[in-house]
Design a binder for this molecule. Structure first.
Ligand code: CP
Ligand code: NVA
Length: 307
């Protein structure tokens, strides 16, 4: 059966937890392990309309480690929705490849692609959410603290696509997720309310950064102006400086707290170099786990597709 990963809400709690277990198994097995031919003969189209280091490289390497092949496609190759309709592109690509992966601006465009493709579609980041990132992050938290539900997470900064994917995760898997931000940089509050209503997780929005980080075992941040909205950087810097992750704010979190950032970082703004490079930072584990988590995502989608 064709399934997609456009948002973490596309998958059940059990499917998300199974994906995290499979990711840990793949990491332990290594690139030459028993999964090295699991996607032999499969091809994937990777469409990028925004820059990427981690996502592109980890997907390309991951597909290759599973025995499959991938192709990198940009606006230079075809302008999605301009040269021909999104639906036509989805249907044609589905006759060639075993999965379509896309990073773009509009989340609606990715949904249209998903509705019209007969092969699995994976969201590699839209303006609205970044599901693959949060699966890798949840895996990283499990590695460091074992129990996700007993590890309060505080996100400080702009209420962006990364926050939205944490909220989607929280509507499925029980976590404590505190968002520390200003009234002008809130995430989608309908999504916050929806997530709270599911009654699965403890989700709060707190304006005071010191109060927000109290008891947090994970302090998480991301750039204050995401791709596609860099013109807002100056205004956000004025607003969000009190939410910077630095050694002072870190001292207010639970003792032994770890620091996460999906990267790329704008050092000296949302996070100081002292903390990013310091002993409590686990950002490189996070980056590495993109590889393992995404291999698990592709294997789960492939299993469903073949069954
Ligand atoms: N974290 C992340 O998605 O990084 P890239 O933008 O480099 O892919
Ligand atoms: N919120 C950031 C994440 C980058 C991985 C952006 O969308 O630019």
């Amino acid at each position: 059966m064709k399934r997609d990963l456009l948002s973490l809400r596309d998958w059940t709690k059990q499917e998300l937890l199974d994906c995290l277990s499979l990711a840990a198994e793949l990491k332990a097995a290594g690139p030459m392990g028993s999964y090295s031919k699991a996607l032999a003969g499969r091809s994937y189209a990777l469409i990028f309309h925004k820059n990427s280091l981690r996502t592109r490289v980890s997907f390309e390497v991951g597909i290759s480690q599973l025995g499959g092949s991938s192709m990198y496609l940009t606006d230079q190759d075809f302008k999605l929705g301009e040269r021909e309709s999104v639906a036509d592109t989805a249907k044609v690509l589905s006759r060639y490849v075993d999965g379509i992966l896309i990073r773009t601006y509009s989340h609606n465009l990715v949904e249209e692609l998903g509705e019209n493709a007969s092969v699995p579609v994976v969201n590699m980041l839209t303006d609205f959410c970044h599901p693959c990132q949060i699966l890798a992050d949840a895996m990283t938290i499990q590695e460091h603290f074992k129990d996700l539900s007993a590890t309060p997470i505080c996100y400080l900064g702009d209420g962006n696509n990364v926050v939205h994917s944490w909220l989607n995760f929280a509507s499925r898997v029980p976590i404590t997720f505190i968002i520390g931000t200003t009234q002008s940089t809130l995430p989608d509050m309908e999504l916050v309310e929806y997530t709270k209503k599911q009654g699965v997780s403890d989700v709060r929005v707190i304006n005071d950064p010191v109060e927000a980080v109290r008891d947090a075992k994970i302090l998480y941040t991301d750039v204050w102006a995401s791709m596609g909205e860099k013109e807002k950087a100056d205004e956000r810097r004025k607003l969000l400086m009190p939410y910077q992750i630095n050694s002072h704010i870190l001292s207010k979190a639970a003792s032994g707290a770890k620091v996460m950032h999906c990267l790329p970082a704008e050092r000296g703004w949302e996070i100081t170099s002292e903390v990013l490079d310091g002993p409590q930072s686990i950002v490189l584990d996070q980056a590495e786990n993109r590889l393992h988590a995404q291999k698990a995502i592709l294997l789960m989608l492939d299993r469903w597709f073949r069954s």
